[in-house]
Design a binder for this molecule. Structure first.
Ligand code: PGA
Length: 249
């Protein structure tokens, strides 16, 4: 349990259909009952559900985010792509950029363009960072994280709109959490690099990768994070609520 203001992001990935919206309504009920309103819950459904989710969450404290965006700010002939203006138009307030599952297609420079486009549209950014298993094993984690931050955040002026999600790529969807010492070292390293850009220390850092109701209490004990990015465990509303309760109540 923590007394800090925490952020909980539900990333539905390429799951979540209209049936999941029933569960979302349960989370909404839970949120409305809470006396303590200081935490932020953000739902990132697939693009196809953004409109529905925005409607359900209208007039609530739960926020809506997209899972990705195109790097071009302007509308254009890009079949199958979604830019930040289209996201804003259907009610997204946040956007995940640089998620590990998209880093197979996007390099750091493209990711930087996406961040710049999102900033221009005043979307809040959930900027994901993390090393692969190969990079970890060859002791390249710090180098990789540093490059991701330096290139990704290049020319970003409104740094307060960015939440950093540290997600070791080998931990996502695997059930494997980093060792406590590893998490502390890597997160402190990220904080150190960020401090050179964010002098006031306002950027929030959250953790993502195999977070579930069974390991959340251990993760909270580390006391380094401002919240969690939750993938598969967020699809079942009971699990998601459980994670929030164990962190905050
Ligand atoms: P996971 O996903 O919780 O399923 O590991 C995390 C994420 O999407 O970043």
């Amino acid at each position: 349990m923590t007394n800090n203001k925490m952020i909980f992001i539900a990333n539905w990935k390429m799951y979540g259909d209209k049936n999941n919206l029933k569960g979302l309504k349960e989370v909404l009920k839970f949120e409305r009952k809470k006396i303590d309103k200081k935490n932020t819950i953000i739902y990132c459904p697939p693009y196809t559900l953004l409109s529905d989710v925005s409607k359900i969450l209208k007039n609530s404290n739960i926020k809506v985010g997209a899972q990705n965006c195109h790097h071009s700010y302007e509308y254009g002939p890009n079949t199958g792509c979604i830019n930040v203006k289209l996201l804003k138009n259907v009610g997204a307030e946040y956007v995940i950029i640089g998620h590990s599952e998209n880093r197979f297609y996007d390099n750091d420079n493209i990711i930087n363009k996406k961040l710049l486009a999102a900033t221009k549209e005043n979307l809040k950014i959930i900027f994901c960072l993390g090393e692969t298993l190969k990079e970890k094993k060859s002791n390249k984690t710090f180098k990789v994280l540093k490059n991701q931050i330096r290139i990704g955040l290049k020319k970003i002026k409104n740094i307060n709109n960015v939440i950093i999600a540290y997600e070791p790529r080998w931990s996502i969807g695997t059930g494997n959490l980093p060792k406590k010492s590893e998490l502390i070292n890597n997160t402190n390293f990220i904080k150190k690099i960020i401090r050179s850009i964010d002098k006031k220390g306002k950027i929030k850092i959250i953790y993502g990768g195999s977070v579930n109701p069974s390991n959340i209490s251990e993760l909270c004990k580390i006391k380094l994070f401002n919240g969690f990015l939750i993938g598969s465990a967020s699809l079942k509303h009971n699990n998601f609520i459980d994670i929030i309760k164990k962190t905050t109540i």
